[in-house]
Write a protein that binds this ligand. Structure first.
Ligand code: HEM
Length: 452
């Protein structure tokens, strides 16, 4: 939350008052999902959640803020972060830049995220899924988060940098991501120069990553637009990227693309494990698609129900659960003036579960996405963001997740070992904790019960 500064005018907008000294900081830090939900339900569509933080919950306002074409908002800090973490937020990356600088960087990367990359994603994920799932014995218990995470990490590094990454390189990246996630959960923010163990771990991982990238940058693949489009785009930029720029771009792309896709697949699997009817339908659709189409993006396009499952999982458990911007000028929402310098936040978790915009808002109903005559209200569903800053990897991530769900359910039925142990952990992404599954043969499914 923005703990800011005397230059920002105090808000005169209703909201929870919180505790005497800490305000809402304690409630937000200890359980942000409940805090934001209550704040929205009790105080309306525009809520002051801190002295310089406002939550917008109405789709009309969310769309207006995210589809910001007038440059009224800045994104150049990591959402949910504060001054102290800005430096660790990889400041040179496209994701963390604004204005003309952002436009140049986005234009540089956008052509790589083409249909060709989506096709490659479909193929790579099928091969990786086979490798992982062949190792699952019937009756065994698997930590879904761990397996899917490794798999999506291998897929994303392969998509971004071709085959130039070895397994030990992937390990280095995995360590960096874990260290950054770990830091994101630190409640007390110290200046970056304080060498806490977490900061030391990040620095070590960054050094190792720099070495890997220096090697990758001189590999023949860096000149191969077909096989390593993102690497090629970065390496052929003019002026030439510095090593810090290359590293920041790479690290944010991996982090944006890997943890989120992983969380989407694990949440969808968790929901399917609780809804055997839906799991059965995914399995049958995967059977039919496998018979008809070669493993490809066309096969993915025939998996309509599985896609609906993914969309519904991302409605209930959106991997990105909060998105923030800083106001560069005064803005107004629902008659409330929000002064320049305020942090404005929207939350997928809150709005995706708002019964005003979704019927049966807390139930898992994939079918709602099959009726194209009844789309959600604009601005009410935004797992990939909206407007010019929307996710660059949305098509790739969707393809990856749908194919992976189809491959898992075509082979197995997953049974939750302990449904009560599962809970969301809202860090940079909404991580599922405790999703351990027993691997069952598809035929041994008990008669499906009605979803709760
Ligand atoms: C299910 C998976 C994913 C989800 C839910 C997701 C979600 C999002 C969201 C909500 C944003 C917008 C944030 C904002 O408005 O501040 C975003 C931006 C971004 N995403 Fe994704 N993402 C996913 C996968 C990926 C993948 C696979 C990649 C790349 C390999 C990627 C790269 C990016 C980048 C670079 C941005 C910044 C775009 C910009 O600032 O112009 N994401 N993502």
């Amino acid at each position: 939350m923005n703990n800011a500064t005397d230059t920002v005018e105090k808000l005169s907008i209703p909201g929870p008052t919180g505790r005497r000294v800490l305000g809402n900081l304690f409630d937000f830090s200890s359980d942000p999902l409940t805090f934001l939900t209550h704040a929205a339900r009790e105080h309306g569509d525009v809520v002051a959640i801190g002295s310089h933080n406002v939550l917008l919950t109405h789709p009309r306002d969310i769309e207006n803020m995210l589809v910001d074409r007038e440059g009224r908002f800045s994104k150049a800090r990591v959402p949910g972060s504060s001054e102290g973490r800005r430096g660790q937020g990889f400041p040179h990356a496209m994701m963390n830049s604004d204005g003309d600088d952002w436009r140049t960087k986005r234009d540089r990367l956008q052509p790589s995220f083409s249909r060709h990359m989506t096709t490659t994603a479909a193929e790579v994920v099928r091969v990786e899924a086979e490798r992982t799932l062949n190792g699952w014995a019937l009756g065994s218990v698997q930590d879904l988060q761990e397996h899917v995470a490794r798999l999506t990490l291998r897929v994303v590094t392969r998509l971004l940098f071709g085959e130039s990454f070895s397994s030990s390189d992937v390990e280095i990246v995995a360590k960096l991501v874990a260290a950054v996630m770990d830091l994101a959960t630190t409640p007390i923010i110290l200046p970056e120069w304080v060498p806490t163990p977490k900061v030391v771990r990040i620095r070590r991982s960054l050094r190792q990553l720099d070495e890997v990238l220096a090697r990758v940058a001189t590999s023949p693949l860096a000149r191969d637009r077909e096989r390593a489009p993102v690497l090629h785009a970065l390496m052929s930029a003019t002026p030439k990227l510095s090593s810090a720029e290359l590293r920041d771009e790479f690290a944010t792309l991996v982090m944006a693309g890997y943890e989120t896709t992983n969380d989407a697949v694990v949440w969808a699997s968790y929901l399917l494990a609780q809804h055997p009817n839906a799991a059965q339908r995914v399995a049958e659709e995967a059977d039919a698609a496998t018979q008809k189409k070669a493993p490809s993006v066309e096969r993915m396009e025939s998996l309509r129900y599985t896609h609906a499952v993914l969309k519904e999982a991302m409605r209930l458990y959106s991997p990105v659960w909060i998105t923030s911007r800083d106001c560069l000028c005064d803005v107004e929402y629902a008659g409330h003036r929000i002064p320049r310098g305020t942090t404005v936040t929207v939350s997928q978790w809150v709005t995706h579960r708002d019964p005003r915009f979704f019927s049966d808002a807390h139930r898992f109903v994939p079918e709602r996405w099959l009726d194209s005559s009844n789309p959600p209200i604009r601005g009410s569903y935004f797992p990939f963001g909206l407007g010019p800053r929307a996710c660059i990897g949305a098509a790739v991530a969707t393809t990856e997740a749908v194919i992976l769900l189809a491959e898992i359910n075509r082979r197995f039925r997953l049974e939750l070992v302990d449904p009560s142990a599962v809970r969301p952990r809202p860090v940079i992404a909404l991580q599922p904790v405790g999703v351990r599954v027993r691997v069952r043969r598809r035929e041994t499914i008990p008669a499906p019960s009605q979803p709760a």
